[in-house]
Design a protein around this ligand. Structure first.
Ligand SMILES: [Zn+2]
Length: 221
């Protein structure tokens, strides 16, 4: 059975997750940063072994703990092929495994599918597992990633968002940051409330995303 442990870490409100197959005790960690010791402790408490490191993209706040996690677990590091080099630079000891759209990896009994979701970065990747999707900085609760960093492109991000929006409505969204009203939501919720997903077409989205006052998620109190 799949169990997900989510924790907020660091000054930028990053989310980290452990995705575990509770039968075998094998687990994957998503974007380890800032508090690797906490992730290792939580895994140990539950009897989980971290056997895969999944990277949504290689901005520093998502790979800050990658090297430390590799050293502690020896687990291979999965990342979108176009960011394999920057992942290797962030985690020199890692066995980096580049992934492309539709690739599947196995963690215990879990089958995890990589979805190419570029646009925030050149090779941003979301990971789909058992009706849950780890969206990194592509899709937030009530928002979407910025496109003004190197490698960002609002038109490409729009297409990636359409891909996520085509997932079943009940798919649970685990974003890369705690920017919204709740730590997670669903694809159905985002499609009906997220101003960026309510855009009628690509041009409207690009205007909104690159405008002077882009909508920001409503943060929790
Ligand atoms: Zn980012």
């Amino acid at each position: 059975m799949l169990e997900i442990f989510q924790v907020e870490v660091g000054m930028l409100s990053n989310f980290n997750e452990l995705l575990a197959d509770t039968e075998s005790g094998q687990a994957a960690v998503v974007d380890p940063a800032y508090q690797v010791d906490l992730l290792l402790r939580e895994a140990q408490k539950r009897g989980w072994t971290i056997s895969a490191i999944l990277i949504t993209h290689t901005h520093p706040d998502h790979v800050d703990g990658a090297e430390e996690m590799v050293q502690a677990t020896g687990a291979p590091l999965y990342v979108g092929a176009g960011e394999a080099k920057s992942a290797q630079a962030a985690a020199p000891s890692a066995r980096v495994i580049p992934v492309g759209d539709g690739d599947r990896l196995t963690v215990g009994a879990l089958s995890i599918e990589a979805l190419a979701t570029p646009g925030h970065t050149v090779a941003g990747t979301s990971y789909l597992v058992g009706g849950n999707v780890m969206t990194g900085d592509t899709l937030f609760v009530g928002g979407v990633g910025r496109t003004d960093f190197p490698g960002g492109d609002p038109r490409i991000l729009w297409r990636s968002l359409q891909k996520l929006a085509s997932l079943p409505e009940e798919t649970r969204v685990y974003p890369g940051h705690d920017y919204g009203q709740s730590p997670t939501s669903t694809i159905g919720w985002e499609k009906t409330t997220n101003p960026y997903l309510l855009c009628r077409d690509e041009d409207e989205f690009v205007a909104l995303r690159t405008g002077k006052n882009p909508p920001r998620p409503l943060r929790r109190q």
